[in-house]
Design a protein around this ligand. Structure first.
Ligand SMILES: [Mn+2]
Length: 314
């Protein structure tokens, strides 16, 4: 079997039971790769888990945005990745294939571990220039010594800033709480970006997040913005199915509030990473991921139709 002919999770399910890509403006694409994790592997099965969990969302209007993204969406199935452990080689293939898809569609990528975000940002940067970044995560991902290796799933934010893919002052990290030395934990803030730790979000939801959301909107403005959502931003009570769980995290409803209220930003793409179904219970993590992706897509469909600032639901 030649390199590039193999995919782990081509199980025939499609996100929201969407059809082929064809002329659809929006695309969901899987990246079944978990060769750069530091703890528990399994995120290569994230795309199939999230797709399976999305099936009951397929026939409904979004209750807040008043649209159904299914009519505007195709499923590009999974990227064809080399069956390799060489991270640079896998990333080069991801960047090339994702770049082609981004040229034709507004894409949401289903990881895979978080190392895939770096080539996705490289591809998005080539189209849009230096990006704003909204980054949900328990982890800062700004380490540059990855347990003795230069790169992994915990280094991509540092690499993206230092490659100039993202504008450091326009990086926003939400939900951070893992252990780590100060230089890594505070790196984004030290470079001029914004960090809202899980501790800073405790007890706040709905309107209580208004000041933070206003600060994010004001900072990011109309700059092209990429959204990356590590499912481990959620507390393990909401998302146990992930490789590197960190107790004390965000609730599903907090994340939903951010996704709804930030839908009016100039979003150019999203990924949802680190769902590892083997550690899940009752598909909680896959269900959360599917609902987050659906909400993002609904917000972007509404925005395209001119309605993200005046949703029809409540
Ligand atoms: Mn993480």
């Amino acid at each position: 079997m030649a390199i590039g002919d193999f995919a782990y999770a081509m199980d025939g399910n499609r996100f929201l039971a969407a059809g082929a890509l064809e002329q659809q403006p929006f695309a969901v694409v899987g990246i079944p790769f978990d060769g750069a994790v530091t703890n528990r592997p399994g995120a290569r099965f994230g795309p199939s888990g999230i797709r399976r969990a999305s099936l009951m969302l397929c026939d409904g209007m979004h209750p807040y945005f008043g649209v159904s993204p299914l009519e505007h969406l195709g499923d590009g199935l999974d990227l064809r990745l080399p069956n390799a452990s060489a991270l640079a080689q896998v990333r080069a293939v991801v960047e090339q294939q994702a770049g082609r898809l981004m040229a034709a569609h507004h894409c949401v990528f289903l990881g895979g571990d978080h190392s895939v975000t770096l080539p996705l940002l490289r591809a998005a940067h080539r189209r849009h220039g230096p990006l704003a970044l909204v980054h949900f995560d328990a982890h800062c991902d700004t380490w540059h010594d990855h347990f003795g290796e230069p790169s992994g799933h915990g280094t991509w934010t540092w690499e993206a800033i230092n490659e100039g893919l993202v504008s450091a002052a326009h990086v926003v990290q939400i939900g951070l709480r893992s252990s780590g030395e100060r230089a890594a934990r505070e790196y984004v803030a030290d470079q001029g970006g914004l960090i809202f730790t899980a501790r800073a979000l405790r007890g706040k939801d709905g309107d209580q997040l208004g000041a933070i959301i206003g600060q994010i909107r004001e900072r990011l403005g109309d700059r092209p913005c990429y959204l990356t959502l590590d499912i481990d931003c959620l507390d393990p009570a909401f998302a146990p199915g992930t490789g590197t769980p960190e107790p004390g995290g965000m609730t599903s409803s907090q994340v939903m509030t951010f996704l709804e209220e930030l839908a009016g930003l100039n979003m150019v793409g999203m990924d949802c990473v680190e769902v590892a179904p083997a550690y899940d219970h009752a598909e909680l993590s896959s269900q959360a991921a599917a609902a987050f992706v659906w909400t993002y897509l609904s917000g972007q469909v509404a925005r395209r139709q001119g309605g993200a600032s005046t949703p029809t639901g409540r």
